[in-house]
Design a protein. Structure first.
Length: 311
């Protein structure tokens, strides 16, 4: 049941500015911007798409393997993976680089200013998915551009089913490259904005793109998700969250449910609902990896929400 998760590992430094940006940024001076914000509130979170997906898949009882590139500052993240028994056998250290990291400043109106440093992510193409034995399923989530392309091609050559999850990396690719990734993957997963962008970039409608894969999945936040599979459109309801605190990482949590469902042979209606539940559990906690439900708790909540057991 080993699932190889290709993507980013990152640190997220999140700061809160106790005012509104608009009070300090003058519209007529935007061409000579020079501002400083005092941020007395700050927290550092473990993140990155691969890290978030693997964390959630482990909660479900899956066996995630992370393939990523990291920098000299990775030690604390590595210890965290060890504490959760998540393998880092295929995480490559790139000397002289930083691990990818985002610096996010949020004001009182939830406006955000973000700076993202890719660091070691730019070397993700140095990894080769074909070197990993006994993999049942792979996913290519946002990472360095060349790495994403090589990982999709590598899974295809190895005959390993692959989920193409371009996410925020989609603008890096041409329409032809996106079509190649769809054609060489077994599954595609996107949010609703990314779905529109994929159609625009490739010139093909979702229904047409879905014919090339076993399933094409579009998440829609609080409106649930849609799964196109076997010529059908399945509407998946959203699970009810206990609280709505932070959407960071909810999409990654959803993807863990889909991956678990594929490896366990669950039907799409159940896999989609499990993804929705994982997203709802995550949104009730701040950060991408601070929710800690056990397998029994997840199974019980699934039964409560959907009135049947998923396995």
């Amino acid at each position: 049941m080993r699932t190889l998760i290709c993507g980013s590992l990152a640190f997220d430094s999140i700061m809160v500015f106790q005012d509104h940006f608009k009070h300090h940024i003058l519209p007529d001076k935007i061409h000579m911007l020079n501002v400083s914000f005092l941020v007395p509130e700050m927290r550092r979170e473990f993140g990155g798409c691969a890290g978030n997906i693997a964390y959630n898949l482990k909660l479900l009882g899956g066996e995630p393997l992370i393939m990523a590139t990291v920098g000299d500052d990775f030690a604390a993240y590595g210890e965290r993976l060890d504490s959760h028994a998540i393998s880092r056998d295929y995480i490559r250290h790139v000397a002289g680089t930083y691990t990818a990291q985002a610096f996010i400043t949020t004001d009182l109106a939830d406006n955000q200013i973000t700076a993202f440093h890719p660091g070691a992510m730019n070397y993700s193409h140095q990894n080769d998915v074909r070197t990993v034995p006994n993999v049942k399923l792979g996913i290519v989530s946002p990472d360095g551009r060349d790495g994403m392309l090589s990982h999709v091609r590598g899974f295809h050559e190895a005959g390993v089913p692959c989920v193409f999850d371009p996410g925020q990396g989609m603008p890096l690719f041409t329409g032809d490259e996106l079509l190649e990734c769809v054609h060489k993957s077994s599954y595609v997963i996107l949010n609703d904005y990314e779905a529109e962008l994929l159609q625009s970039r490739t010139g093909e409608a979702l229904a047409t793109l879905a014919r090339h894969v076993e399933a094409l999945i579009v998440t829609r936040g609080a409106e649930g998700s849609v799964i196109y599979a076997a010529g059908k459109q399945l509407d998946i309801p959203a699970a009810r969250p206990a609280a709505i605190l932070d959407p960071t990482g909810c999409g990654d949590a959803y993807r863990s449910g889909i991956l678990y469902g594929i490896t366990r042979g669950l039907d799409w209606e159940t896999s989609g609902r499990l993804g929705s539940l994982m997203g709802a559990i995550k949104i009730a906690q701040r950060g991408g990896q601070n929710h800690r439900p056990g397998r029994d708790e997840i199974a019980s909540e699934f039964h409560t929400q959907f009135d049947y057991h998923y396995e």
